[in-house]
Design a protein around this ligand. Structure first.
Ligand code: AGP
Length: 609
């Protein structure tokens, strides 16, 4: 979603801000802009729809610069993508960038229109610029005016504000949308995430909800929601440019797919010992709570929801625990009946997904025994709001399509299942056997990656298709769902996943020569049933693409394509089989020439409802 970067400095800052925007591209956006104070009483602004390169071209043709500035990538919510709706929004000498949604913007707009203000955009943000301007007209300084205005805003926001009358000051605020302060030498920064500022500083302060920061080049003062000055901890980041560059890979998504063996190794590192999952991996509080858990509620969105859906099968079959999984946008608005002893688990790559965060806040009022986050971003809101956390250690994921985050979530969830299962009848022998499987996971995933060239050949047959069906059974059904989501989001081919047993109940009607059917077929107890389902597809002229275990008896033919995905044991098979589905989607997208890392209309982290 929207990205913010800003700086108060003693040097020209335009190129730093534009580079920051380039780094925030992965979040998803449709327009971009920058506003700078030239130090001679002028507020200069450039805005463009489309990509950052359009903004750069504009800036080359009409150069502007300054030592204080704010910049923004916009992902449209209120108002179409258009220059007039792009940020920064300006009123008089005040400029504002915003991520989130100001829910009460309509009554505020009417109120300020009545005072004589006219609005030039359709956005919810512009009202913030107008209000701050109005308070300044009443004699307040920038910080006081911004504080007064912010107190009247409802909804989620991260804000950056500058004004011509105080050219060495920037005000920033956070409530529900991520914002970090970067500490430099004689300059300070704000950004939606630390990645925007890699190379500029490694020292960061993560604002809490309700915080307002007053920044000058020399100082950062932070005030909490009660208006009291507070010290927030300074975090040293070790993120380097090397770690987040694309390197030899054509796309971030491909790089991230190939990083999975290492990401999995890191996720498992230090958490398995002597044939067991180490309880301490979850923290003391969680380990104590685990003794009382009788059920599990998982809440997540998108790919993370699919990871939770795989885990449901594991919780029930291995840990003997009832497990419910729900998408956060439904969970948060449904009346909940909480079983005693239920552990509440959120799964999120970013830790900032608005619905998941809201569901977590809701859950904390509902009597769950403990809240545990499975998350990839240590400083994220979901991590900070949870009782305990199991970090996935996938490293930064930039491609909008989640890949290494998914497989590391699955590994983390399987560890959680074992830790709880041990308390509910999972034998030490069975735990040790699954731990041994987990230890082979990086190699098995590396084996699946070796199918890349063959999957590229498969992909060539998907290029002109409009629809695809994905089939799986048991814990492979959510894997099929994830495969279909990958294909949809980056290739724009409509893809549906079905539990294979459901075929006869409707989707079989869709089968024809133009509908590729992808099936995930590891050697598990449902294999024979899956094979019958696939016969039904074949008998109706469908073209099958089967991912099968090495030792599964599947004969390929002109219209039945079979690829062998090694020999993964049943429990870890969902993790291994996900990898070829990611590669298939990737190659189809490349063939279709889509924007693989930043697919249309999508944002990496969905920070608004
Ligand atoms: C997956 O490829 C998508 N980018 C999306 O479904 C994503 O998984 C979802 O928005 C949840 O994000 P989170 O894991 O950061 O909470």
């Amino acid at each position: 979603m929207c990205g913010i970067v800003g700086s108060v400095s003693h040097r020209s800052i335009c190129s730093v801000l534009v580079e920051g925007l380039r780094r925030l591209e992965y979040r998803g956006y449709d327009s971009a802009g920058v506003a700078l104070l030239d130090g001679e009483g002028k507020l200069l602004r450039a805005r463009e729809t489309g990509k950052i390169r359009e903004l750069e071209q504009n800036l080359q043709a009409n150069p502007i610069d300054g030592k204080t500035g704010i910049a923004h990538t916009r992902w449209a919510t209120h108002g179409v993508p258009a220059e007039r709706n792009a940020h920064p929004h300006v009123c008089g000498g005040v400029a504002v960038v915003h991520n989130g949604i100001i829910e009460n913007h309509e009554p505020l707009r009417i109120e300020y229109q009545a005072k004589g203000y006219s609005f030039t955009s359709d956005t919810d943000t512009e009202v913030a610029a107008v209000m701050i301007h109005d308070y300044m007209q009443q004699g307040l300084g920038l910080f006081e005016a911004a504080t007064q205005a912010i107190a009247r805003l409802q909804g989620a926001y991260a804000l950056g504000v500058i004004c011509v009358s105080e050219p060495h000051r920037m005000v920033a605020a956070r409530n529900g949308s991520p914002l970090v302060v970067g500490l430099g030498e004689d300059e300070n920064f704000i950004a939606s995430d630390i990645y925007a500022l890699v190379g500029e500083t490694q020292r960061f302060v993560f604002l809490d909800d309700g915080d307002i920061a007053d920044l000058t080049p020399e100082n950062v003062r932070i005030y909490d929601k009660a208006g009291s000055a507070v010290e927030r901890p300074v975090t040293e980041s070790r993120m380097t440019l090397d770690a987040v560059e694309r390197g030899e890979y054509r796309h971030y998504m491909l790089k991230e797919i190939f990083e999975q063996p290492v990401a999995l190794e890191k996720t498992l590192d230090g958490r398995l010992a002597a044939g067991q999952v180490v309880d301490a991996a979850f923290g003391q509080a969680a380990a104590a709570a685990f003794d009382h858990i009788q059920a599990v509620q998982i809440v997540a969105c998108g790919t993370s929801f699919h990871a939770g859906s795989v885990a449901r099968y594991w919780f029930e079959s291995l840990a003997n625990l009832p497990c419910n999984v729900e998408v956060a946008s439904e969970f948060r608005y449904r009346k909940q009946v909480v079983r005693p002893g239920t552990l509440f688990v959120t799964i999120s790559q970013s830790g900032e997904t608005a619905d998941t965060l809201a569901a977590l806040k809701e859950a904390k009022q509902l009597g769950y025994v403990h809240t545990l986050a499975i998350c990839n971003v240590p400083q994220s809101s979901i991590v900070r709001d949870s009782d305990s956390v199991l970090l996935t250690r996938a490293g930064m994921e930039i491609g909008v399509a989640s890949t290494k985050a998914f497989t590391t979530q699955l590994a983390a969830l399987l560890m959680l299942v074992l830790a709880l299962g041990r308390r509910h009848g999972l034998t030490p022998e069975k735990e040790a056997a699954i731990v041994a499987q987990l230890q082979t996971l990086p190699q098995q995933v590396a084996g699946a990656l070796r199918l890349d060239a063959q999957l590229e050949q498969w992909a060539a047959r998907f290029g002109d298709k409009h629809h695809a069906l994905y089939l799986g059974r048991g814990s492979q059904y959510p894997v099929a769902m994830e495969g279909a989501l990958k294909l949809k989001e980056i290739s724009y081919i409509h893809a549906e996943a079905y539990a294979a047993g459901e075929l006869k109940h409707g989707p079989l009607a869709l089968i024809d020569a133009d509908m590729p059917v992808v099936a995930v077929a590891p050697n598990d107890e449902l294999l024979d049933k899956l094979k019958s389902n696939l016969q039904e597809v074949q008998a109706r002229g469908g073209e099958l693409y089967v991912l099968a275990d090495e030792d599964v008896d599947f004969t390929g033919s002109e219209r039945v394509h079979v690829l062998r995905v090694g020999k993964a044991a049943e429990e870890i098979a969902p993790i291994v089989f996900s990898v070829p589905l990611q590669l298939l989607a990737y190659h189809v997208a490349v063939i279709r020439g889509t924007d693989v890392d930043q697919p249309r209309n999508l944002a990496k982290s969905v920070t608004v409802e």
